[in-house]
Design a protein around this ligand. Structure first.
Ligand SMILES: Cc1ncc(COP(=O)(O)O)c(C=O)c1O
Length: 393
């Protein structure tokens, strides 16, 4: 009998269980909506990045359906062989106009956009100056590039300056921040870091995954929110969160995009989006431009829910966005609280190490434009009851 060469994984899994870090996947059995059914239970869903409710918007659904009927279900190849469809080009042009940049390239996901871009643009001789809480896809791209990675403490512009100051003048370097940090919901120091990048001749990059569809005019992102047009060389966005579908994109100069067409490995070596995805993304852009009520409702719900959690006495950290963490400390407590909330009809996923620091386990909540005030009040009442029972408040 062959010994299982993966048997060591059992010990790893046992260790996760002991630390309260082992999570069973919750299974969605309905549409991914503000109220949804997971594991046979109807819950107020506070765990989705579907900020604007577009995952189920009839215009996106119809666009996807029509695209399937007209073009089939797959693109058949990577973009650089025969997988570039006219609608892929149309989406890139629409996104470029939306972001006020020369050009855009769409990737299969935001993860692929970040990792593929950082790994393509930087080499082993370069330096990456990165906020400590930047997304994993930036970190993986940085590792793939083999560039030196210099991490500055979260949002510490002075520390970033110190790193840049110590680099030789001719050194190729990039400053990278998230626009909105995905686990804390606070905003990156985009204007201050852009000023530093200008002063020290660095490339400036912002990952706006959680700002796309949320911040800036019609949801065009933090560069617009901070009025930093022309000062950020590489903007990454996703089509998977507020846009409601799937994908990521890089917005910047024509040269940058042409370079990525030739060197970004997920673009070169992985099949392009199927027609339904691209058509639905195009419909989502129409909605961002013509139905401002969704972003207004998102922010109205955000203010209501965040203020409610704070009044109850929860630690919501430094959030400035619809992502509101409820920080409880121990991973086991966060998991217990998440399960207790779920049993009473509220889904707020617990997040522990390595996604957040070991002592900062939390429940990560995100409201959507499509939650009703009754949904949110019910969630607040349930947080109140469970928080008291577990001694969190
Ligand atoms: C900050 C940030 N960047 C990038 C991504 C990746 O986006 P996608 O889900 O489209 O791959 C995420 C999603 O988890 C994110 O939170």
């Amino acid at each position: 009998m062959r010994k299982d060469p993966l048997s060591f994984l059992s010990a790893e899994l046992d260790s996760l269980k002991q630390q309260g870090l082992y999570r069973r996947l919750r299974v969605l059995e309905s549409e991914p909506a503000a109220r949804a059914t997971f594991d046979h239970k109807s819950v107020v869903n506070l765990s989705s990045n579907n900020y604007l409710g577009l995952t189920t918007h009839p215009k996106l659904v119809n666009a996807a359906r029509e695209a399937v009927e007209k073009y089939g279900v797959g693109s058949g190849a990577v973009r650089t062989i025969s997988g570039t469809m006219a609608m892929h080009m149309e989406l890139e042009q629409r996104l470029a106009t939306f972001k006020h940049v020369e050009s855009v390239v769409v990737f299969q996901s935001g993860f692929a956009a970040n990792a593929g871009t950082v790994a393509a643009v930087l080499t082993k001789d370069d330096v990456i100056v990165s906020d400590e809480l930047n997304h994993a896809s930036i970190i993986d791209g940085a590792r793939l590039s083999k560039a030196a990675i210099k991490v500055f403490p979260h949002k510490d512009v002075d520390a970033a300056r110190q790193i840049l100051k110590e680099l030789p003048a001719g050194q190729k370097k990039i400053v990278i921040t998230d626009g909105v940090f995905s686990m804390d919901g606070d905003l990156g120091r985009v204007p201050e870091l852009a000023a530093l990048a200008e002063e020290y001749g660095a490339i400036m990059m912002v990952d706006d995954a959680h700002a796309s569809g949320v911040f800036g005019k019609n949801g065009s992102g933090t560069v617009d929110h901070f009025n930093c047009h022309g000062r950020v060389d590489i903007q990454v966005g996703t089509l998977s969160k507020a846009i409601g579908v799937l994908g990521g994109y890089v917005a910047g100069s024509r040269n940058l995009i042409e370079f990525l067409y030739h060197r970004a490995r997920p673009f070169l070596f992985s099949t392009s989006h199927p027609p339904a995805v691209t058509a639905a993304c195009l419909a989502a852009l129409d909605i961002l431009e013509t139905e401002p009520q969704w972003i207004e409702k998102l922010w109205d719900n955000t203010r209501f829910f965040k203020a409610g959690l704070q009044t109850l006495g929860f630690n919501t950290g430094m959030s400035e966005s619809p992502i509101t963490p409820v920080i409880v400390g121990e991973a086991a407590t966060a998991a217990k609280m998440s399960d207790a909330l779920f049993d009473r009809g509220v889904f707020a996923q617990s997040i522990g190490f390595p996604t957040v620091a070991r002592d900062k386990a939390r429940l990560r909540t995100i409201v959507a434009a499509t939650h009703t005030k009754e949904d949110l009040q019910y969630a607040l009442d349930t947080f109140d009851a469970v928080g008291r029972e577990l001694g969190v408040i």
